[in-house]
Design a protein around this ligand. Structure first.
Ligand code: NAP
Length: 244
């Protein structure tokens, strides 16, 4: 299935790689970002230069009104959404649980969990065959920390991604007969700017394959889960982690 894909957080890293690959495969792509919207604009422009269809939309997934207007813009400019990739995410400030503050917790859960949840709600409202839609696919971006726990630095982030795993399974079963598949990728250590300086080097010896992954390696799995090649897969959380 190709069609119209929304990729949240597509200005850089994994989201930018997904958008690039999706455009190459024939999707019309909506690339969202917040403060780095000019990078998303540049990504969309590069796709258009290659005869693809892409728009960039400023939308903070931590704000319901932004999500609602982003979906309206996509429908108006590109057509009915067929794939949602819930990629936008933040780690929040790294610290032990005893040092966490409410702002870090609220923004982490607000962007990583509530943002994905609300985007999926809007996608289901439009895709569900029970509501007159044409079906579609949702791919959530989890993290291996959902199972490893993130002790000492990112327990709040790991807990958010644990919620994403449960959400993936539950929503997948809820809409299984409505033409919508819901899956997640669970990246290990991927070489993007989400990491604080030195973190990649510190973690690399703990990765079985002894190297971080690339954004494109995650994007390939996202695209496969979104495609008809994965037509019998729903409710899966697929590690992309070099064995971690
Ligand atoms: P990244 O390079 O920091 O990119 C994050 C993207 O999300 C940016 O486009 C950013 O744009 C956007 N974003 C952040 N907050 C947003 C908000 N409130 N609303 C909309 N967009 C927002 O990160 P990445 O490594 O590619 O991570 C992408 C996803 O993979 C995240 O969900 C992350 O948790 C997950 N992940 C990454 C790794 C890894 O090792 N890199 C491992 C496991 C899971 P703005 O700055 O403009 O907001």
């Amino acid at each position: 299935m190709t069609g119209v894909m929304i990729v949240t957080g597509a200005s850089r890293g994994i989201g930018a790689a997904v958008a690039e690959l999706a455009a190459r495969q024939g999707y019309a792509v909506c690339m969202t970002a917040t403060s780095s919207i000019s990078e998303a604009e540049a990504g969309a422009e590069a796709i258009r230069q290659n005869n693809g269809r892409a728009i960039a939309v400023r939308a903070d997934v931590g704000k319901e009104a932004d999500i609602m207007s982003m979906f309206e813009t996509v429908e108006r400019e590109l057509g009915p959404v067929t794939v949602l990739v819930n990629n936008a995410g933040i780690t929040g400030r790294g610290c032990r649980v005893e040092d966490i503050d409410l702002d870090t917790l609220s923004s982490s859960f607000g962007i990583n969990v509530l943002g994905s949840y609300l985007c999926a709600r809007e996608a289901v409202r439009r895709m569900s065959t029970a509501k007159g839609g044409q079906g579609g696919a949702i791919v959530n971006v989890s993290s291996r920390l959902s199972e490893l726990g993130g002790s000492g630095e990112y327990v709040h982030y790991a807990a958010c991604k644990g919620a994403i795993n449960s959400f993936t399974v539950g929503l997948a079963r809820e809409v299984a007969t409505e033409g919508i598949r819901v899956n997640a990728v669970s990246p290990g250590v991927i070489d993007t700017s989400i990491h604080v300086p030195g973190r990649l080097d510190r973690l690399t010896p703990m990765i079985p394959v002894q190297r971080p992954g690339t954004a494109m390696e995650v994007a390939e799995t996202v695209m496969w889960l979104a495609s008809d090649a994965a037509s019998y897969i729903t409710g899966a959380v697929v590690p992309v982690s070099g064995g971690r």
